[in-house]
Design a protein around this ligand. Structure first.
Ligand SMILES: [Zn+2]
Length: 460
């Protein structure tokens, strides 16, 4: 009896292996069709063009609401099974019309420097702030500055380290100046903070982004970023004339929180509709450029995953869900609300994928899950390689899906990182900056992974 059951088990195992190999071949065939659909028709890239044409989508702005309505209509038009707007209140910071930094002493008096206010910054009074300026290279230097920054504009001239090969690591270090510069300047008795833009590109286009919320007990001072060329100019000008004065005028301010929405669409699973595979990006952007790479591209890659399923007439076994999260840039309120509703309703996400690192050539998928879960994805690598994915390994996922603590796996799509910060949070981030093949290769990679997950599921 025991012998027989061993034989039966062995046979079952063998047949499952044979079956897997057959399935593997069938999946490869489907992956080929997905690639052909993405690269052959470029439909997602065209839809990305429609979205970018509408302009930026800063949280709380009228334009963001217009874009949300457009997304809702687009999802209906594409024939997805369910489309939903999930209400969420978001911060509402506005730049306002006035934004200038002017040299106000010496031979070059009147010279304008290229700046952009940092998100969450307060504005200045109407006549602006006129003060001397002191340059520091690091936050550490600023923390130990004694009384030398009293009454001065602090110029944090820190470099984005060009020797770090993964630009996200370089960004992680340099961005502390943007996040904490105003707070540290307030502590040191300064009157405003200027940072060198956090970017890998040498031009004079300033890059915005969020500052950490002001701390209650510390004097609030405004913050802005300088274009790289003008940061170098200013550094030299201060060395020539240590008494140089600048005038900073900003009209940015924070309005009361505004009504906004996450946009959600589903293709309902035919076999296990209660198991969800989520593909996503964040729908809000900064208000300079069109937020094309960051993160219209990620959203439309997610949208295209569902659209390719429809186009190829693939009915997913598990529910394939697309989410456009609102307010990643300055609050992550959309992701927090989505996670709250998920827990309240007990929605079972077996995987939550986010694309928010630009639409460049695919490299890998970074998975935040138990090692046993990640091991289950390894046999798929030969299929994912067809879309230029070299690895699936343990690591961080994305800011939005990272909030979904109950998901079995949280996954970040990782494209090549070399050019992302050339565009990120700046007027450089427009539709033309997105390469159609690279964008579609990413869309195909995400669609193939979503397909494998909806077909095979994960044992957890
Ligand atoms: Zn982003």
């Amino acid at each position: 009896m025991q012998k027989l059951s061993v034989v039966v088990t062995a046979l079952l195992l063998l047949s499952s292996l044979v079956y897997s190999q057959e399935k593997h071949e069938a999946h490869k065939e489907t992956a080929r069709q997905i690639l052909d659909a993405a690269l052959g028709e470029m439909k997602g890239y065209k839809i990305l063009g429609e979205l970018c044409e509408m302009g930026p989508r800063l949280s709380g702005s009228d334009n963001s609401i217009k874009a949300i309505r457009w997304a809702e209509n687009k999802m209906h038009e594409l024939g997805f099974d369910r489309v939903e707007l999930q209400p969420v209140m978001v911060p509402h910071w506005v730049r306002g019309p006035v934004e200038s930094l002017t040299v106000s002493s010496g031979a070059e008096k009147g010279r304008k420097l290229a700046i952009t206010a940092l998100g969450r910054s307060i504005g200045t009074k109407e006549e602006g702030i006129t003060a001397g300026v002191i340059e520091v290279k690091t936050l550490e230097e600023l923390r130990n500055i004694g009384d030398k920054a009293l009454g001065k504009i602090v110029f944090l001239n820190g470099q984005f380290d060009p020797t770090v090969t993964n630009t996200f690591s370089g960004y992680g270090r340099a961005v502390t100046h943007r996040a904490l510069g105003a707070i540290e300047t307030g502590k040191a008795g300064g009157v405003a903070t200027l940072i060198r833009s956090v970017t890998t590109r040498y031009d004079n286009v300033p890059h915005t982004g969020s500052m950490r919320p002001y701390a209650a007990a510390i004097k609030k001072v405004p913050g802005a970023a300088l274009g790289q060329i003008d940061a170098d100019y200013l550094s030299k000008a201060i060395k020539k004339d240590p008494n140089l004065k600048l005038t900073l005028k900003l009209s940015c301010k924070t309005l009361p929180d505004a009504q906004s929405y996450n946009v959600i669409a589903d293709l309902i699973g035919t076999e296990k509709p209660d198991e969800y595979v989520l593909v996503s990006g964040h729908f809000d952007s900064w208000d300079v450029g069109d937020g094309a790479h960051d993160d219209a591209a990620g959203c439309i890659q997610a949208l295209e995953a569902l659209e390719i399923f429809k186009r190829l007439n693939i009915r997913p076994k598990r529910t394939l869900r697309c989410v456009f999260f609102m307010n990643e840039e300055n609050g992550i309120k959309g992701a927090l609300e989505y996670a709250r509703v998920t827990e309240e309703k007990g929605i079972n996400h077996i995987a939550a994928i986010e694309s928010d690192r630009g639409a460049f050539t695919p490299r890998g998928f970074s998975v935040d899950a138990d090692s046993a879960i990640i091991a289950q994805m390894q046999p798929w690598l030969p299929i994912l390689r067809m879309a230029s994915i070299d690895w699936v390994r343990k690591g961080g996922s994305g800011v939005d899906v990272g909030q979904l603590r109950t998901a079995v796996s949280r996954i970040g799509f990782v494209p090549d990182s070399q050019r992302y910060f050339d565009y990120h949070h700046s007027a450089n981030d427009v539709y033309e900056a997105v390469h159609p093949r690279e964008f579609e290769m990413g869309a195909a990679a995400i669609t193939i992974l979503a397909y494998l997950l909806t077909e095979e599921g994960l044992q957890y």
